[in-house]
Structure formats: C-alpha cells, structure tokens
Write a protein that binds this ligand. Structure first.
Ligand code: PEP
Length: 256
C-alpha cells in the first residue's frame, strides 16, 4: 500500500463563536507554519456561519476549510438548509457527510447521504463520508456488515466517479465519539484493513489510494499509536480540535 499524505481534520460541531474561532484558527495556522517538511494536510470544519470569516482569515494558508453537512438540492424552498454550491461560494472545499450525529441524532438515511455526496461532488467539494457502528452492533459482531451497508448505501451508483481526489472515508465508531473510549489498536487495524479490502472490491484499484481516517476520541495521547496503524491515513477529531494545544500536538505527531 502506498504511503499517503495524512489528513488531520477538526470537526468543531456546533461550537465556537466568531471571536474564539478567529483565535483558534490563528493559533493552528501559526503552529502549522512552524512545521518544516510537513507531511500532513490540515482541515478545519467549523459551523456554516463561520466559513466565510475563516476562509478570509486563511487566504494565505494551506489549511483547508470544510463544512459539516450540505443539502442535496442546489437551491429552493428548504428552510434552514444550505447547499453545496453555497458552501463553495463561502470558501469551503470539503464537506463531512453522514456523520453519526446526523445519521442517529437526525435520522439521516443512507439514501439521503448518497444524494448529498452526489450534490457535493457536482460542486467539486471533497466529501468525507463517515461510517460507524453503535455499541450494540459492535457487541453483536455486526461491525463489518454495518460499515459495508452504510458504504454501499451512501456511495453514488456510478462507482467510477469515486476518486481519491473527491472522496475520503472516516471510520467513526458511534460509541467512541465524544466518550473518551476508543477501540483497541488491534480492532482499528482489523476494521481499517477490512474497509480497504471492501472498498477495493467495490470501487476497484482506485480505492487503494482513498484516504481512510479514524475518528472517535482521538487526542494527543493516543494519536501516535492510532496514526501509525496500517490503512489509517489521518484523523477526524472532534473535542480535541477545540483546544489549540491538543490539536497542535496531534498535528505535530501526524507531521513526522
Ligand atoms: C467526531 O465528532 O467526528 C469526533 C471524532 O468527535 P470526538 O473526537 O470528540 O470523539
């Protein structure tokens, strides 16, 4: 398997007002500029209201900006929603789709995620498609089945459209998100290896170049061991991305 450039992505969720966002982004940007021979890409996914401000702040920075969701239609009578085109318009180049807080908390189905992936690709947004099992599904030994069905259900039918340049997957066990719990290193190794094989079977050789992120309570203490696992090509980080010291330590680890 070729060595991929790692991606460290911060998912701020519904956190940070403008003043704090500006301060946090500045700290991350200053820190990332101090790293020589950086071997990782950086992405920040703030709430939609902050995208334009942060994209102006990062205009001369390699740090990329992503949204946390989009609607599947381009425009129209969808009160409260935001389209992929609108996200691009305010500076986003990535979008998280199918996060478990949307799948489970807001009853988002695979079909809806698939429509969003198509809409995002149409606007040339890079999609980070999140998949993960619940604790009960894990206890029942259903992890792989759940991940495969979420992937099959969320990917556009035209698999030849899935490229390493437009699609990333994040394995995020639902029970590990925001809980401080993580799977064992052996479990992450197994799941990421199985995911890679499954994606190659479904998509073809291009899938060997897709980045697979791990997400779920990643922090400065566990990042080194998790990021060194085969087929873990970066991290999707929630809580720890809100604390500059913690996030910058993860960036340092991923940059080595
Ligand atoms: C997430 O929400 O994508 C996430 C991984 O959160 P946390 O790091 O807080 O578990």
């Amino acid at each position: 398997m070729e060595n991929m450039r790692r991606l460290i992505a911060g998912n701020w969720k519904m956190n940070n007002l403008a003043a704090r966002a500006e301060q946090l982004v500045q700290a991350i940007d200053n820190h990332s500029k101090s790293i020589i021979n950086n071997k990782c890409d950086l992405l920040i996914c703030p709430s939609a209201n902050l995208l334009q401000m942060i994209s102006k702040q990062l205009v001369n920075s390699p740090i990329m900006i992503g949204a946390q969701d989009c609607h599947f239609e381009e425009k129209g009578a969808f009160t409260g929603e935001i389209s992929a085109k609108m996200l691009v318009d305010v500076g986003a180049s990535y979008v998280l789709l199918g996060h478990s807080e949307r799948r489970h908390g807001l009853f988002e189905t695979d079909n809806v995620v698939r429509a969003k992936v198509k809409a995002a690709h149409k606007e040339s947004l890079i999609t980070i498609i999140c998949v993960g099992e619940t604790d009960i599904q894990k206890e029942n030994g259903e992890t792989l089945n759940i991940l495969e069905s979420q992937i099959n259900g969320s990917l556009p039918e035209a698999k030849d459209k899935i490229k390493s340049s437009n699609t990333i997957f994040a394995y995020e066990p639902v029970w590990a998100i925001g809980t401080g719990k993580t799977p064992t290193l052996t479990e992450i190794t197994e799941v990421h290896g199985q995911l890679r094989n499954f994606l190659i079977k479904e998509i073809g050789p291009e899938a060997s170049r897709l980045r697979l992120l791990y997400g779920g309570s990643m922090n400065a203490k566990n990042a080194l061991s998790i990021l060194n696992i085969d087929n873990v090509d970066g991290g999707l980080i929630g809580g720890a991305s809100l604390i500059e010291d913690e996030f910058c330590k993860i960036i340092d680890i991923a940059s080595e």
